[in-house]
Design a protein around this ligand. Structure first.
Ligand code: TRP
Length: 459
Protein backbone atom coordinates (compact mmCIF):
# COMPACT_ATOMS: atom_id res chain seq x y z
CA UNK A 1 0.00 0.00 0.00
CA UNK A 2 1.24 3.48 -0.65
CA UNK A 3 2.10 5.63 2.34
CA UNK A 4 1.30 2.83 4.74
CA UNK A 5 2.45 4.58 7.84
CA UNK A 6 1.23 8.10 7.38
CA UNK A 7 -2.05 9.00 8.95
CA UNK A 8 -3.28 10.43 5.66
CA UNK A 9 -4.49 7.77 3.32
CA UNK A 10 -2.20 7.63 0.33
CA UNK A 11 -3.08 7.01 -3.27
CA UNK A 12 -1.43 5.00 -5.99
CA UNK A 13 0.56 7.46 -8.07
CA UNK A 14 -1.06 6.30 -11.28
CA UNK A 15 -3.25 3.67 -12.79
CA UNK A 16 -0.19 1.74 -13.90
CA UNK A 17 1.10 1.66 -10.32
CA UNK A 18 -2.21 0.25 -9.16
CA UNK A 19 -2.31 -2.38 -11.89
CA UNK A 20 1.16 -3.56 -10.95
CA UNK A 21 0.31 -3.74 -7.27
CA UNK A 22 -3.00 -5.55 -7.78
CA UNK A 23 -1.47 -7.90 -10.34
CA UNK A 24 1.29 -8.54 -7.82
CA UNK A 25 -1.35 -9.77 -5.42
CA UNK A 26 -3.18 -11.77 -8.07
CA UNK A 27 -0.25 -13.30 -9.93
CA UNK A 28 1.43 -15.90 -7.81
CA UNK A 29 1.20 -19.56 -6.95
CA UNK A 30 -2.49 -19.48 -7.85
CA UNK A 31 -1.61 -19.16 -11.52
CA UNK A 32 1.65 -21.09 -11.60
CA UNK A 33 1.05 -23.90 -9.09
CA UNK A 34 -2.70 -24.16 -8.49
CA UNK A 35 -4.03 -23.62 -12.00
CA UNK A 36 -2.03 -26.41 -13.69
CA UNK A 37 -2.79 -28.67 -10.73
CA UNK A 38 -6.54 -28.27 -11.19
CA UNK A 39 -6.21 -28.62 -14.94
CA UNK A 40 -4.46 -31.93 -14.34
CA UNK A 41 -7.02 -33.08 -11.79
CA UNK A 42 -10.04 -32.04 -13.85
CA UNK A 43 -9.57 -33.47 -17.29
CA UNK A 44 -7.44 -30.81 -19.01
CA UNK A 45 -8.88 -28.49 -21.64
CA UNK A 46 -12.46 -28.68 -20.35
CA UNK A 47 -11.24 -27.09 -17.13
CA UNK A 48 -9.15 -24.46 -18.95
CA UNK A 49 -12.13 -23.44 -21.01
CA UNK A 50 -14.49 -23.31 -18.03
CA UNK A 51 -11.96 -21.25 -16.06
CA UNK A 52 -11.76 -18.66 -18.84
CA UNK A 53 -15.54 -18.39 -18.92
CA UNK A 54 -15.63 -18.10 -15.11
CA UNK A 55 -13.05 -15.30 -15.13
CA UNK A 56 -14.93 -13.41 -17.81
CA UNK A 57 -18.41 -13.65 -16.32
CA UNK A 58 -17.79 -13.98 -12.60
CA UNK A 59 -14.18 -13.00 -11.85
CA UNK A 60 -14.29 -9.69 -13.67
CA UNK A 61 -17.72 -8.92 -12.21
CA UNK A 62 -16.60 -9.45 -8.61
CA UNK A 63 -13.28 -7.68 -9.23
CA UNK A 64 -15.05 -4.53 -10.38
CA UNK A 65 -17.53 -4.84 -7.50
CA UNK A 66 -14.73 -5.05 -4.93
CA UNK A 67 -12.73 -2.18 -6.43
CA UNK A 68 -15.85 0.01 -6.55
CA UNK A 69 -16.83 -0.61 -2.92
CA UNK A 70 -13.21 -0.10 -1.85
CA UNK A 71 -12.74 3.15 -3.70
CA UNK A 72 -16.08 4.55 -2.62
CA UNK A 73 -15.48 3.95 1.07
CA UNK A 74 -11.69 4.42 1.04
CA UNK A 75 -11.60 1.76 3.75
CA UNK A 76 -10.59 -1.82 4.40
CA UNK A 77 -13.45 -4.36 4.21
CA UNK A 78 -14.89 -4.42 7.77
CA UNK A 79 -15.22 -0.62 8.13
CA UNK A 80 -16.29 -0.42 4.47
CA UNK A 81 -19.37 -2.55 5.08
CA UNK A 82 -20.05 -0.64 8.30
CA UNK A 83 -19.88 2.68 6.50
CA UNK A 84 -22.31 1.81 3.71
CA UNK A 85 -24.79 -0.17 5.83
CA UNK A 86 -24.14 0.62 9.49
CA UNK A 87 -25.64 -1.68 12.09
CA UNK A 88 -26.49 -4.50 9.66
CA UNK A 89 -25.19 -8.06 9.44
CA UNK A 90 -23.39 -7.22 6.16
CA UNK A 91 -20.28 -6.56 8.21
CA UNK A 92 -20.08 -10.32 8.71
CA UNK A 93 -18.90 -10.59 5.09
CA UNK A 94 -15.95 -8.46 6.13
CA UNK A 95 -15.25 -10.67 9.14
CA UNK A 96 -15.41 -13.75 6.96
CA UNK A 97 -12.74 -12.20 4.75
CA UNK A 98 -10.52 -11.61 7.77
CA UNK A 99 -10.82 -15.26 8.78
CA UNK A 100 -10.28 -16.52 5.22
CA UNK A 101 -7.16 -14.37 5.02
CA UNK A 102 -5.58 -16.08 8.02
CA UNK A 103 -6.43 -19.58 6.85
CA UNK A 104 -5.47 -19.15 3.19
CA UNK A 105 -2.22 -17.54 4.26
CA UNK A 106 -1.51 -20.59 6.43
CA UNK A 107 -1.44 -23.18 3.66
CA UNK A 108 -0.44 -20.85 0.83
CA UNK A 109 2.74 -20.16 2.79
CA UNK A 110 3.47 -23.88 2.83
CA UNK A 111 3.53 -23.93 -0.97
CA UNK A 112 5.50 -20.66 -1.03
CA UNK A 113 7.86 -22.44 1.37
CA UNK A 114 8.29 -25.21 -1.19
CA UNK A 115 9.25 -22.54 -3.72
CA UNK A 116 11.79 -21.21 -1.21
CA UNK A 117 13.14 -24.73 -0.69
CA UNK A 118 13.46 -25.22 -4.45
CA UNK A 119 15.23 -21.89 -4.78
CA UNK A 120 17.76 -23.08 -2.20
CA UNK A 121 18.06 -26.48 -3.89
CA UNK A 122 18.79 -24.96 -7.30
CA UNK A 123 21.49 -22.75 -5.76
CA UNK A 124 23.18 -25.72 -4.09
CA UNK A 125 22.90 -27.75 -7.29
CA UNK A 126 20.49 -30.40 -6.02
CA UNK A 127 19.03 -30.92 -9.49
CA UNK A 128 21.26 -32.75 -11.95
CA UNK A 129 21.47 -31.29 -15.45
CA UNK A 130 19.78 -34.40 -16.83
CA UNK A 131 16.85 -35.22 -14.60
CA UNK A 132 14.31 -37.97 -15.24
CA UNK A 133 10.66 -37.90 -14.21
CA UNK A 134 11.30 -40.54 -11.53
CA UNK A 135 14.19 -38.58 -10.02
CA UNK A 136 12.30 -35.32 -10.06
CA UNK A 137 9.20 -36.88 -8.50
CA UNK A 138 11.18 -38.61 -5.77
CA UNK A 139 13.21 -35.46 -5.01
CA UNK A 140 9.95 -33.64 -4.47
CA UNK A 141 8.42 -36.42 -2.38
CA UNK A 142 11.47 -36.54 -0.12
CA UNK A 143 11.57 -32.79 0.29
CA UNK A 144 7.85 -32.36 0.99
CA UNK A 145 7.86 -35.24 3.50
CA UNK A 146 10.78 -33.87 5.50
CA UNK A 147 9.11 -32.18 8.50
CA UNK A 148 12.12 -30.09 9.44
CA UNK A 149 12.73 -28.66 5.98
CA UNK A 150 9.11 -27.79 5.23
CA UNK A 151 8.57 -26.21 8.64
CA UNK A 152 11.69 -24.08 8.34
CA UNK A 153 10.55 -22.93 4.89
CA UNK A 154 7.06 -22.18 6.18
CA UNK A 155 8.46 -20.17 9.08
CA UNK A 156 10.75 -18.25 6.73
CA UNK A 157 7.89 -17.25 4.41
CA UNK A 158 5.62 -16.14 7.24
CA UNK A 159 8.45 -14.27 8.95
CA UNK A 160 9.28 -12.38 5.74
CA UNK A 161 5.63 -11.56 5.07
CA UNK A 162 5.11 -10.39 8.64
CA UNK A 163 8.24 -8.28 8.49
CA UNK A 164 7.13 -6.51 5.33
CA UNK A 165 3.64 -5.80 6.68
CA UNK A 166 4.80 -4.76 10.14
CA UNK A 167 7.31 -2.27 8.77
CA UNK A 168 4.79 -0.90 6.31
CA UNK A 169 7.34 -1.32 3.54
CA UNK A 170 4.83 -2.94 1.29
CA UNK A 171 5.02 -0.13 -1.22
CA UNK A 172 8.77 -0.68 -1.43
CA UNK A 173 8.23 -4.31 -2.34
CA UNK A 174 5.65 -3.31 -4.88
CA UNK A 175 8.06 -0.89 -6.48
CA UNK A 176 10.52 -3.74 -6.80
CA UNK A 177 7.96 -6.11 -8.18
CA UNK A 178 7.26 -3.60 -10.93
CA UNK A 179 10.71 -4.40 -12.27
CA UNK A 180 10.80 -8.06 -11.31
CA UNK A 181 7.39 -9.23 -12.52
CA UNK A 182 8.14 -8.37 -16.15
CA UNK A 183 11.36 -10.39 -15.79
CA UNK A 184 9.33 -13.35 -14.51
CA UNK A 185 7.03 -12.91 -17.47
CA UNK A 186 9.95 -13.05 -19.90
CA UNK A 187 11.35 -16.18 -18.23
CA UNK A 188 7.96 -17.85 -18.46
CA UNK A 189 7.70 -17.01 -22.16
CA UNK A 190 11.14 -18.50 -22.77
CA UNK A 191 10.25 -21.68 -20.84
CA UNK A 192 6.97 -21.96 -22.73
CA UNK A 193 8.80 -21.64 -26.05
CA UNK A 194 11.23 -24.36 -24.97
CA UNK A 195 8.42 -26.65 -23.84
CA UNK A 196 6.61 -26.23 -27.14
CA UNK A 197 9.65 -27.42 -29.08
CA UNK A 198 9.91 -30.71 -27.17
CA UNK A 199 9.25 -33.75 -29.39
CA UNK A 200 6.32 -34.94 -27.27
CA UNK A 201 4.75 -31.50 -26.82
CA UNK A 202 1.78 -32.22 -29.08
CA UNK A 203 -0.02 -34.66 -26.77
CA UNK A 204 0.41 -32.29 -23.89
CA UNK A 205 -1.11 -29.46 -25.88
CA UNK A 206 -4.01 -31.65 -26.96
CA UNK A 207 -4.76 -32.50 -23.36
CA UNK A 208 -4.39 -28.87 -22.33
CA UNK A 209 -6.20 -27.05 -25.10
CA UNK A 210 -8.55 -29.39 -26.98
CA UNK A 211 -11.72 -29.77 -24.90
CA UNK A 212 -13.49 -33.08 -24.81
CA UNK A 213 -17.14 -32.38 -24.16
CA UNK A 214 -17.64 -35.52 -22.14
CA UNK A 215 -15.26 -34.01 -19.56
CA UNK A 216 -17.54 -31.11 -18.62
CA UNK A 217 -19.36 -31.52 -15.30
CA UNK A 218 -20.70 -29.47 -12.38
CA UNK A 219 -17.59 -30.45 -10.44
CA UNK A 220 -15.39 -28.80 -13.06
CA UNK A 221 -17.53 -25.68 -12.92
CA UNK A 222 -17.23 -25.60 -9.14
CA UNK A 223 -13.45 -25.82 -9.20
CA UNK A 224 -13.14 -23.39 -12.12
CA UNK A 225 -15.15 -20.74 -10.30
CA UNK A 226 -13.10 -21.36 -7.17
CA UNK A 227 -9.92 -20.98 -9.21
CA UNK A 228 -11.20 -17.73 -10.72
CA UNK A 229 -11.71 -16.31 -7.22
CA UNK A 230 -8.44 -17.65 -5.89
CA UNK A 231 -6.24 -16.57 -8.79
CA UNK A 232 -7.71 -13.06 -8.87
CA UNK A 233 -7.48 -12.61 -5.05
CA UNK A 234 -11.25 -12.14 -4.81
CA UNK A 235 -13.93 -12.95 -2.26
CA UNK A 236 -12.21 -11.86 0.95
CA UNK A 237 -11.74 -8.14 0.49
CA UNK A 238 -8.17 -8.00 -0.82
CA UNK A 239 -9.21 -6.13 -3.94
CA UNK A 240 -11.50 -3.92 -1.87
CA UNK A 241 -8.46 -2.83 0.11
CA UNK A 242 -6.49 -2.22 -3.07
CA UNK A 243 -9.42 -0.31 -4.58
CA UNK A 244 -9.47 2.01 -1.58
CA UNK A 245 -6.18 3.49 -2.77
CA UNK A 246 -7.20 4.23 -6.36
CA UNK A 247 -7.66 7.93 -7.12
CA UNK A 248 -11.16 8.97 -8.16
CA UNK A 249 -10.10 10.03 -11.62
CA UNK A 250 -8.83 6.56 -12.56
CA UNK A 251 -10.78 4.09 -14.62
CA UNK A 252 -11.88 1.13 -12.49
CA UNK A 253 -13.25 -0.84 -15.41
CA UNK A 254 -10.09 -0.98 -17.46
CA UNK A 255 -8.00 -1.50 -14.30
CA UNK A 256 -10.07 -4.56 -13.39
CA UNK A 257 -9.80 -5.83 -16.96
CA UNK A 258 -6.02 -5.48 -16.96
CA UNK A 259 -5.58 -7.37 -13.70
CA UNK A 260 -7.81 -10.20 -14.97
CA UNK A 261 -6.00 -10.32 -18.28
CA UNK A 262 -2.46 -10.42 -16.89
CA UNK A 263 -3.35 -13.09 -14.34
CA UNK A 264 -5.02 -15.33 -16.90
CA UNK A 265 -2.11 -14.86 -19.29
CA UNK A 266 0.41 -16.10 -16.72
CA UNK A 267 -1.81 -19.07 -15.83
CA UNK A 268 -2.24 -20.10 -19.47
CA UNK A 269 1.51 -19.84 -20.05
CA UNK A 270 2.24 -21.91 -16.92
CA UNK A 271 0.09 -24.68 -18.39
CA UNK A 272 1.88 -24.39 -21.73
CA UNK A 273 5.10 -25.08 -19.86
CA UNK A 274 3.84 -27.88 -17.65
CA UNK A 275 1.73 -30.12 -19.91
CA UNK A 276 3.97 -30.40 -22.96
CA UNK A 277 6.93 -31.07 -20.64
CA UNK A 278 5.03 -33.66 -18.65
CA UNK A 279 3.66 -35.48 -21.70
CA UNK A 280 7.04 -35.40 -23.42
CA UNK A 281 8.68 -36.98 -20.38
CA UNK A 282 6.02 -39.59 -19.73
CA UNK A 283 5.30 -40.43 -23.37
CA UNK A 284 1.57 -40.67 -22.78
CA UNK A 285 -1.48 -39.88 -24.86
CA UNK A 286 -4.21 -37.69 -23.31
CA UNK A 287 -6.41 -40.79 -22.80
CA UNK A 288 -3.65 -42.75 -21.09
CA UNK A 289 -2.86 -39.74 -18.97
CA UNK A 290 -6.44 -39.37 -17.78
CA UNK A 291 -6.66 -43.06 -16.90
CA UNK A 292 -3.25 -43.82 -15.49
CA UNK A 293 -1.55 -40.72 -14.18
CA UNK A 294 -2.11 -39.66 -10.63
CA UNK A 295 -1.78 -35.90 -10.36
CA UNK A 296 0.05 -34.82 -7.20
CA UNK A 297 -0.17 -31.53 -5.28
CA UNK A 298 3.49 -31.01 -6.17
CA UNK A 299 2.88 -31.19 -9.94
CA UNK A 300 4.57 -27.88 -10.63
CA UNK A 301 7.58 -28.78 -8.50
CA UNK A 302 7.93 -32.13 -10.22
CA UNK A 303 7.81 -30.68 -13.72
CA UNK A 304 9.78 -27.41 -13.58
CA UNK A 305 13.18 -28.98 -12.76
CA UNK A 306 12.79 -31.10 -15.91
CA UNK A 307 12.12 -28.23 -18.30
CA UNK A 308 14.79 -26.12 -16.61
CA UNK A 309 17.31 -28.93 -17.13
CA UNK A 310 16.54 -28.73 -20.84
CA UNK A 311 17.50 -25.06 -21.04
CA UNK A 312 20.92 -23.87 -22.03
CA UNK A 313 22.41 -22.41 -18.85
CA UNK A 314 19.79 -24.34 -16.90
CA UNK A 315 21.42 -23.88 -13.51
CA UNK A 316 21.40 -20.09 -13.60
CA UNK A 317 18.04 -20.08 -15.30
CA UNK A 318 16.61 -22.26 -12.53
CA UNK A 319 17.96 -20.00 -9.78
CA UNK A 320 16.47 -16.97 -11.49
CA UNK A 321 13.14 -18.67 -12.06
CA UNK A 322 12.66 -19.87 -8.49
CA UNK A 323 13.82 -16.52 -7.10
CA UNK A 324 11.17 -14.72 -9.12
CA UNK A 325 8.52 -17.30 -8.29
CA UNK A 326 9.31 -16.70 -4.65
CA UNK A 327 8.88 -12.95 -5.06
CA UNK A 328 5.59 -13.47 -6.93
CA UNK A 329 4.43 -15.66 -4.03
CA UNK A 330 5.51 -13.06 -1.46
CA UNK A 331 3.60 -10.22 -3.11
CA UNK A 332 0.56 -12.50 -2.74
CA UNK A 333 1.15 -13.52 0.90
CA UNK A 334 1.66 -9.85 1.73
CA UNK A 335 -1.75 -9.00 0.27
CA UNK A 336 -3.36 -11.80 2.29
CA UNK A 337 -1.85 -10.68 5.58
CA UNK A 338 -2.87 -7.10 4.87
CA UNK A 339 -6.62 -7.77 5.29
CA UNK A 340 -6.56 -9.25 8.83
CA UNK A 341 -3.87 -6.78 9.89
CA UNK A 342 -5.84 -3.79 8.61
CA UNK A 343 -8.83 -5.06 10.56
CA UNK A 344 -6.93 -5.15 13.86
CA UNK A 345 -5.28 -1.79 13.20
CA UNK A 346 -8.36 0.08 11.94
CA UNK A 347 -11.02 -1.46 14.15
CA UNK A 348 -9.25 -2.65 17.27
CA UNK A 349 -6.60 0.06 17.43
CA UNK A 350 -3.72 -2.42 17.62
CA UNK A 351 -0.32 -1.26 16.47
CA UNK A 352 0.71 -2.48 13.04
CA UNK A 353 3.60 -4.41 14.56
CA UNK A 354 1.52 -6.21 17.14
CA UNK A 355 -1.30 -6.96 14.70
CA UNK A 356 0.88 -8.42 11.97
CA UNK A 357 2.93 -10.41 14.47
CA UNK A 358 -0.18 -11.92 16.06
CA UNK A 359 -1.70 -12.89 12.71
CA UNK A 360 1.66 -14.16 11.48
CA UNK A 361 2.09 -16.44 14.48
CA UNK A 362 -1.47 -17.65 14.16
CA UNK A 363 -1.10 -18.55 10.50
CA UNK A 364 2.17 -20.31 11.22
CA UNK A 365 0.48 -22.49 13.83
CA UNK A 366 -2.45 -23.13 11.49
CA UNK A 367 -0.01 -23.90 8.68
CA UNK A 368 1.87 -26.62 10.56
CA UNK A 369 -0.62 -29.44 9.86
CA UNK A 370 -0.75 -28.38 6.19
CA UNK A 371 3.02 -28.45 5.98
CA UNK A 372 3.07 -31.94 7.46
CA UNK A 373 0.33 -33.29 5.21
CA UNK A 374 2.51 -33.90 2.15
CA UNK A 375 4.13 -37.01 3.58
CA UNK A 376 5.45 -35.59 6.84
CA UNK A 377 2.87 -37.12 9.17
CA UNK A 378 0.92 -40.08 7.87
CA UNK A 379 -2.55 -39.40 9.26
CA UNK A 380 -2.49 -35.81 8.01
CA UNK A 381 -1.30 -37.07 4.63
CA UNK A 382 -4.06 -39.67 4.44
CA UNK A 383 -6.62 -37.12 5.51
CA UNK A 384 -5.27 -34.86 2.77
CA UNK A 385 -5.35 -31.99 5.22
CA UNK A 386 -3.96 -29.25 3.00
CA UNK A 387 -6.28 -30.07 0.09
CA UNK A 388 -9.24 -30.02 2.47
CA UNK A 389 -8.23 -26.59 3.79
CA UNK A 390 -7.89 -25.37 0.22
CA UNK A 391 -11.29 -26.80 -0.68
CA UNK A 392 -12.99 -25.10 2.24
CA UNK A 393 -11.24 -21.72 2.23
CA UNK A 394 -9.81 -21.42 -1.28
CA UNK A 395 -12.91 -22.64 -3.12
CA UNK A 396 -16.05 -22.62 -1.03
CA UNK A 397 -15.64 -19.62 1.26
CA UNK A 398 -14.13 -17.34 -1.40
CA UNK A 399 -17.10 -18.14 -3.63
CA UNK A 400 -19.50 -17.46 -0.75
CA UNK A 401 -17.67 -14.18 -0.08
CA UNK A 402 -17.97 -13.23 -3.76
CA UNK A 403 -21.66 -14.08 -3.69
CA UNK A 404 -22.30 -11.79 -0.73
CA UNK A 405 -20.20 -8.99 -2.21
CA UNK A 406 -22.38 -9.05 -5.35
CA UNK A 407 -25.60 -9.21 -3.32
CA UNK A 408 -24.40 -6.38 -1.11
CA UNK A 409 -23.53 -4.17 -4.04
CA UNK A 410 -26.68 -4.90 -6.02
CA UNK A 411 -29.33 -5.01 -3.30
CA UNK A 412 -28.05 -3.22 -0.20
CA UNK A 413 -25.86 -0.46 -1.56
CA UNK A 414 -27.73 -0.39 -4.91
CA UNK A 415 -26.37 -0.54 -8.44
CA UNK A 416 -27.06 3.15 -9.03
CA UNK A 417 -24.55 4.21 -6.38
CA UNK A 418 -21.95 1.80 -7.67
CA UNK A 419 -22.39 3.11 -11.22
CA UNK A 420 -21.96 6.67 -9.95
CA UNK A 421 -18.67 5.68 -8.35
CA UNK A 422 -17.48 3.88 -11.47
CA UNK A 423 -18.44 6.78 -13.75
CA UNK A 424 -16.08 9.16 -11.90
CA UNK A 425 -13.16 7.81 -13.91
CA UNK A 426 -14.91 5.99 -16.71
CA UNK A 427 -17.21 7.90 -19.00
CA UNK A 428 -17.91 5.16 -21.52
CA UNK A 429 -18.51 1.86 -19.75
CA UNK A 430 -19.47 -0.26 -22.72
CA UNK A 431 -19.94 -3.49 -20.81
CA UNK A 432 -22.20 -1.73 -18.34
CA UNK A 433 -25.45 -3.66 -19.06
CA UNK A 434 -23.54 -6.94 -18.99
CA UNK A 435 -21.86 -6.11 -15.70
CA UNK A 436 -25.12 -4.96 -14.11
CA UNK A 437 -26.83 -8.19 -15.18
CA UNK A 438 -23.92 -10.25 -13.89
CA UNK A 439 -23.72 -8.60 -10.46
CA UNK A 440 -27.46 -8.77 -9.98
CA UNK A 441 -28.24 -12.22 -11.30
CA UNK A 442 -25.63 -14.27 -13.06
CA UNK A 443 -22.77 -14.29 -10.56
CA UNK A 444 -24.95 -14.83 -7.44
CA UNK A 445 -27.06 -17.52 -9.12
CA UNK A 446 -24.06 -19.33 -10.54
CA UNK A 447 -22.38 -19.47 -7.14
CA UNK A 448 -25.56 -20.60 -5.36
CA UNK A 449 -26.20 -23.34 -7.92
CA UNK A 450 -22.66 -24.60 -7.78
CA UNK A 451 -22.68 -24.75 -4.00
CA UNK A 452 -25.96 -26.69 -4.01
CA UNK A 453 -24.67 -29.05 -6.67
CA UNK A 454 -21.55 -29.80 -4.73
CA UNK A 455 -23.58 -30.57 -1.63
CA UNK A 456 -25.64 -33.00 -3.67
CA UNK A 457 -22.58 -34.51 -5.30
CA UNK A 458 -20.62 -35.03 -2.13
CA UNK A 459 -23.67 -36.48 -0.45
N1 TRP B 1 -4.24 -14.59 -6.07
C1 TRP B 1 -3.05 -15.05 -5.42
C2 TRP B 1 -2.42 -16.14 -6.25
O1 TRP B 1 -3.06 -16.62 -7.14
C3 TRP B 1 -3.31 -15.53 -4.03
C4 TRP B 1 -4.04 -14.52 -3.20
C5 TRP B 1 -3.55 -13.36 -2.73
C6 TRP B 1 -5.36 -14.60 -2.75
N2 TRP B 1 -4.50 -12.70 -2.01
C7 TRP B 1 -5.61 -13.44 -2.02
C8 TRP B 1 -6.33 -15.56 -2.92
C9 TRP B 1 -6.88 -13.22 -1.47
C10 TRP B 1 -7.59 -15.34 -2.38
C11 TRP B 1 -7.86 -14.19 -1.68
O2 TRP B 1 -1.32 -16.55 -6.03
Amino acid sequence: MPNDQSSERGNWGSKVAFIFAASGSAIGLGSIWRFPLFVGLNGGAAFVFTYLVAVFFIGFTVMLAELTIGRHTQKSPVPAFKQIKPGTPWVLVGYMGVICGVFILSYYSVIAGWAAGYFYKTITGAFPSQISWEDSASLFAQFAADPLQVLICLAAIIALTTYVISKGVKSGIERWSKILMPVLFVLIIILAARALTLPGAKNGLLFYLKPDFSDFSPTILFFAVGQAFFSLSLGMGTMMTYGSYIPKRENLVSSAAWVCFSTVLIAILAGIIIFPTLFDTLQLTPEQFKQEFEVDTGLMFQVFPIIISKMPGGHIFGILFFALLLIAALTSTISMLEVPTAYLVDERRWSRRKASLAIGIMSFVLGVPSALSAGGVSFLTQFNYMRKMDLLFGNILLAVGGLFICLFLAYAWKIRNALDEISLGCKTFRLRPVWVFNVRFLAPLAVILILIFIRVLTG
